[in-house]
Design a protein around this ligand. Sequence first.
Ligand code: ZN
Length: 403
Amino acid sequence: MNLKEFLLDDSIKNRTLKSVYQLIHEQGPISKVELLQMTKLKQTTLVRMLEELIEAKMIYESGFGKSSGGRPPVLYKIVPNRSNLIGIDISRTHITVMILDLTFTVIEKHSFPMSNTHTPNFVIQEIIRIIQDMMENHNLSIYEIIGIGIGSVGPIDRKEGRILTPESFPAQGWHNVSIVKQLKEAFPVKIVLENGANTAAIGEHWKTQNDNKHMLYTISGVGLRCGMLMNGKVVQNNTGDASSFGHMIIDMNGRNCSCGKQGCLLAYISYDAMIKRLTEIVQAGSHTVILDWVHGNMEKITFQHLVDAAKLEDPVLNELLKETAIYYGIGIANIINTLHPEHVILSGPLLFEHKTYFNEVVEQAKKYIYPYEEQKVTFSKGILKEDAVAVGAAIYAFQSFFD
Ligand SMILES: [Zn+2]
C-alpha cells in the first residue's frame, strides 16, 4: 500500500486504521496496551491493524518497553523515511524550502533572500527548482512526497490557495498569487497554504510535545505577524492575515505608519521604523558602525545592517533597541491582555542575534500584562527559530490528512 493513497483514503473502514497510525505517529514508541486504552478498540481488531501497518512498512517494532512483571511489551513507531514532506516559508525578507521526513526532521533546506527582482513568478520557479534538486539529491520520486505546506505572509485565500494582498514585499506583483495552483502543476500532491505565523506556532507546539496549548507566536521584522493556538488548535481568522496586529494604535498622535494612520505599533518596531529612527539619532550627532558600512549614506541601510550591528553590540543600536523594546513590550502586552496565551514566543532576527533585546521586550511586556501575577504567561524565543514557519507548514500539511 502506498502511504499517500492510504492517507487520502477517507472510507469508514480506513479511518480507524488511519487514527491508529496517527496515534503511533504522535505517541510512539507506544505499546499495544497503551493503544488499546486510547483507541478503545477490541484487542483482536487492534492486533490485525498493527499487522496490516507493519506489512505495509508504515510502522515497525522499535524495541521493548518496561516490564510490569511479565514479558516486556513490544513498542511501535512509524517508519520515518516511508515518505517525505516539503515545507516552504514565504516572508518579505527570505524564502526557505525544506524537505522533511515523517518525524518532521529536516533532511535538507535552502534559503534565499528576497529583493526587488523577486517577483512571484521568479520566486515560484526558484522554489520548483530547489524542490526538484532536493528530490534528485535524495533519489525521491513524486510518489515519495506526500504533501507540501506553505507558510506565507497573509492575507491569504486558503481555499483557492492564493496569497492575496500582502504589504511591503520588495518586488512588484505580489497580489493574487495562485501559488498552490502553480506548484501543483509541477508537483501533483496535496498542497496547503496557511499564514506563516500560524504554521510557526504549529511547529513549536509539535516540538514542545504539545505543552503550551494556548500559544502566541510573533515574528517581528519588516512587519509584525502573530499566530495563535487555542487548545492546541490554530486560530484561523477569515482572511488569514496575521500582520494586522502591527497596526494596533499605541499612540493616537504618534508616528506616521505605512498604512496612512498614526501611531501604529509598526511605526515604532518595524525595520523601516528603526532605520528611520537610527537616521534621526545619527543626524543628532551619534556614531554607529553601520555608518561606516554604508560610507555615510543613510539611505543605503538595510535590515541586514541592523541585524549585523546587533551581533556586534553596537552602542547606538543598543540604545535604539532599548527604546524599541518599550513599544514592542506594550504591543505584546496588549495582545496578551486580549488573547490570554499561556506561552509567548518572540521570534525575529534581531531577537535572535542581540543578547538583551529579547529580555528587554519581555520586561516591558510584563509591566503592562494585566494582571501579570495571575496570568503566569511565559516567554521564549522558541526551539525551531528561523526554521519554525517551514517546519510548521510541513506539519500542517501532514495533519491535514487526518482532519
Ligand atoms: Zn499602520
